[in-house]
Design a protein around this ligand. Structure first.
Ligand SMILES: NC(=O)c1ccc[n+]([C@@H]2O[C@H](COP(=O)([O-])OP(=O)(O)OC[C@H]3O[C@@H](n4cnc5c(N)ncnc54)[C@H](OP(=O)(O)O)[C@@H]3O)[C@@H](O)[C@H]2O)c1
Length: 359
């Protein structure tokens, strides 16, 4: 297999850094020989590392990007729009983490476990652009896909609990600063910051990105649109409420699904557990069953802090939904920087490499 030169635009950001960490771990079947790191002019010359190797940040320039076999874009949409079209013309694989091209019907929006068949070489060669979903959509569709295939999907209601790292480096910095200030001053007045419209420390806000004319936020509208696109169900009713919470890394989602057929919860637990990239935390500790420790008030459930640094989506609190004739409610958590962002993007490159994209 060809040894690749992989470019990362936004290598100094939280998604870019996570991509470097994953490459350094060396667990993907990705034959990367050289990494080239790109960022804003302010970061040029900084030294970053991946595993035992180091890389110096370069200016983001078309000719330098064109020397790569594949480029992961982990910066804002305007940068993707500026550089990707010319790279695609030259057949360089571009995997875009921004939302720049997600709603373009000609651009595949891919979670390899769900619709990886879109990465067949014959589909993307000559186009060579793959968009990646929003960090909440990715884990959501992984679970919905299992439900759809086994019980049919009629309607989805989701509320998200999104960590501050979803707003990039500034989000992490602001939570840390506000928390530290609170312990110094005990001041709980609510103020805007450079990352959020209101204080986020010891607070929650039903607002991620801007409010659109229909009353949804931009984030909610992305979750709705992208879920339908990836599942290939353009008319699927989806209701989303996105909430920013004061956790550093890891997004959680509360999901209620109406299904075509009744959902056998223990069967669904097994189906999810055997699906690639997802683990289930059973409602009760099986080892305590029948023992003196067994207790209905002992709950087993995953939290964002437990999923930080993990590749899997963790699912728990599976139970029959009571508002529909057939349905299920559940809770999921996922590392928004790994499966929600960098890992999914690198898995796209890995899948393309495995399918012979690079020759
Ligand atoms: N964070 C998440 O959970 C998540 C999940 C899914 C998708 N995404 C998407 O991934 C992208 C990156 O997000 P992030 O959270 O990693 O943001 P971030 O931490 O704020 O990092 C932004 C990156 O963009 C670089 N950049 C800024 N201006 C640039 C320019 N003119 N030319 C080249 N690079 C430039 C920054 O470089 P400097 O350090 O030099 O400023 C930095 O490396 C965004 O599109 C975001 O929507 C993020």
């Amino acid at each position: 297999m060809k040894q690749l030169t992989l470019g990362i635009v936004g290598a100094t950001g939280v998604v870019g850094q996570t991509a470097l960490d994953i490459l350094g771990d060396g667990e993907l079947k990705l034959p990367v020989k050289t990494v080239r790191a790109f960022a804003s002019p302010a970061s040029v010359g900084k030294r970053l590392s991946w595993g035992t190797q180091s890389v110096v940040v370069e200016a983001t320039e078309a000719e330098s990007l064109a020397q790569c076999d594949a480029v992961l874009f982990a910066s804002e949409s305007d940068i993707s729009k500026r550089f990707i079209p010319a790279l695609v013309e030259r057949g360089i694989l571009c995997v875009d983490k921004s939302s720049a091209f997600r709603d373009d019907p000609a651009v595949p929006l891919v979670v390899p476990e769900v619709n990886g068949e879109l990465l067949e070489t014959k589909n993307i060669r000559g186009k060579s652009l793959v968009a990646n979903p929003n960090c909440c959509t990715t884990p959501l569709v992984m679970v919905l896909d299992v439900i759809r295939k086994n019980f049919g999907l009629k309607r989805v209601i989701v509320s998200t609990y999104q960590s501050v790292s979803g707003a990039g480096k500034p989000g992490l910095e602001v939570l840390e600063e506000e928390a530290r200030q609170f312990f110094q001053t005990q001041d709980l007045s609510v103020k805007p910051s450079r990352a959020f419209p209101k204080s986020i420390a010891f607070n929650v806000m039903p607002f991620v990105a801007k409010i659109l004319p229909n009353g949804d936020t931009d984030e909610e509208s992305k979750i709705i649109f992208e879920t339908r696109k990836i599942l290939g169900m353009p008319d699927l009713p989806v209701e989303a409420t996105s909430v920013r919470v004061p956790t550093f890394v890891g997004h959680a989602e509360s999901v209620t699904v109406e299904t075509e057929q009744p959902v056998d919860i223990s069967r669904l637990e097994k189906l999810i557990a055997s699906s690639k990239g997802i683990s289930v935390i059973p409602n009760e500790n099986p080892s305590a069953a029948g023992s003196a420790e067994e207790s209905s008030d002992v709950a087993y459930f995953p939290t964002p802090r437990e999923v930080q640094g993990k590749d899997e989506v963790l699912v728990g609190r599976l139970r029959t939904a009571k508002v529909f004739a057939n349905g299920v409610s559940l809770w999921l958590v996922s590392d928004n920087l790994r499966k929600g962002a960098a890992l999914n993007a690198l898995q796209v490159v890995e899948t393309c490499a495995g399918k012979g994209y690079f020759g």
